[in-house]
Design a protein around this ligand. Structure first.
Ligand code: ATP
Ligand code: MG
Length: 395
């Protein structure tokens, strides 16, 4: 017997005529996450059903907990459309809730198939009574139950307790592609995650300045891309050397301007890569005034040379919340590993705080970085973390 999961779609139910497009993507994304596991996904009337061999349950649950576009999901019992079968399944669910620590419950019932002879009120009453009777210690509480047993009468009857919260958002792939500037820090992986949660397909770029930044710093970013990729069905990371660019900036730019000018070079180079990769925007992890290079004036300088929109989903979010999100999505532990990122060794003691974009452009253009950027792009290395489930299991 295969195990069965029921998925409740989230925001995509609001999509009117476009809904099938979102549904197909959801199905495709989940299939990619479960490739090779023997899982099968089926969709009927606004519900997705995932069948998988029992030995693939852990993998299926991991995938469901990382899938954007669902409001909730539950392992479910499927049974005959008779009151007796529904009651028996509800009692089993009740036992499981009790074993999990719940001491009160309520039943929720939905009858989509109106040919079923009992209405949802009757289902609630009869199943509720039976569970309270058969599972000593578990009592009915309709106001604040510790567990909910749901019954849905559709083409078959489905009974499930313990519905888990889904990741909400929209299926990845529904909102075009964005190129994420991914550093080894805490913020940029979270920025990427947030755009992916709105349906954006991601690719990422990391600027590496070997030997000023170590191979460990590079590996850290590759690991971050792998974790992020578990939410996006894999992620392609482009590693571009910016050693020569950094050298030229160090020689030729006023010391206070170094960081801002380096950011401009990253944006310039990232935009060129984005156009090649058909990405429609850049994504970065700035949070307003978090550091000197993230004042509004310096952000204007950073973006003064490029035309693509730069999405900064963390711009109004403070560090505590960003950190909590990083912990929740599993990137924090990697981000705080002690390897320096691109700019630490190069950061001036007194950086400019309110740069003027005209001045920034003048300095930038005087450095003649075009050739070096071109070279960096030509030598870019692509690392594809793939959509495979081994990625979830690694620490
Ligand atoms: P993060 O925690 O993401 O590193 P940060 O607070 O350290 O952010 P900055 O160093 O000012 O901030 O970088 C701002 C943004 O620029 C980062 O969020 C990231 O999107 C991008 N960025 C910085 N360094 C790099 C790099 N070496 N490669 C790619 N992108 C980078
Ligand atoms: Mg950083």
């Amino acid at each position: 017997m295969s195990s069965l999961y029921l998925l409740k779609p989230g925001e995509l139910t609001l999509k009117g005529g476009n809904r099938p497009f979102f549904e197909r993507l959801l199905q495709k994304n989940l299939a990619a996450m479960l490739k090779g596991s023997g899982a099968q996904i089926r969709m009927t009337r606004g519900r997705f059903y995932l069948h998988c061999p029992p030995e693939a349950e852990a993998q299926a649950e991991e995938a469901l907990s990382r899938l954007f576009g669902i409001a909730g999901w539950a392992k479910t019992r499927e049974c005959e459309k008779t009151m007796e079968a529904v009651i028996a399944a509800a009692v089993e669910e009740g036992k499981q809730l009790y074993a999990g620590g719940a001491r009160s419950f309520k039943i929720e019932a939905k009858r989509t198939d109106k040919s079923f002879p009992h209405d949802s009120y009757t289902i609630r009453c009869q199943a509720g009574e039976a569970v309270a009777r058969e599972v000593p210690g578990l009592r009915v509480d309709v106001r604040k139950p510790e567990g909910i047993i749901e019954v849905e009468i559709r083409e078959r009857a489905f009974v499930f307790g313990n519905t888990r919260q889904g990741r909400q958002g929209l299926p990845v792939g529904s909102a075009g592609k964005g190129l994420l500037l991914l550093s080894g820090g805490i913020d940029s992986p979270v920025a990427g995650y947030m755009m992916a949660s709105r349906g954006m397909t991601l690719e990422a770029v990391y600027f590496h300045a070997f030997p000023y930044t170590s191979d460990e710093a590079r590996q850290k970013t590759i690991d971050l891309a792998r974790v992020l990729g578990t939410y996006t069905q894999g992620l392609k990371l482009f590693v571009i050397s910016c050693t020569a660019i950094q050298g030229r900036i160090k020689e030729g730019a006023p010391e206070a301007w170094r960081t801002v000018i380096l950011r401009m070079a990253m944006m310039d180079c990232a935009e060129k890569l984005a156009l090649k990769r058909r990405a429609r925007c850049l994504i970065s992890g700035e949070s307003l005034s978090q550091v000197a290079s993230q004042t509004i004036e310096n952000i204007s300088c950073t973006q003064s040379l490029i035309n693509l929109p730069v999405l900064q989903p963390l711009i109004g979010i403070n560090k505590e919340r960003i950190t909590a999100l990083a912990e929740e999505i599993g990137t924090y532990k990697i981000s705080i590993l002690p390897y320096e990122d691109c700019c630490v060794l190069f950061t001036p003691p007194h950086p400019i705080i309110r740069g003027d974009p005209q001045e920034a452009k003048r300095i930038y253009l005087s450095l003649d970085l075009e050739e070096l950027i071109k070279e960096g792009l030509e030598k870019a290395e692509m690392i594809d973390s793939g959509a495979t489930s081994e990625n979830y299991r690694r620490p």
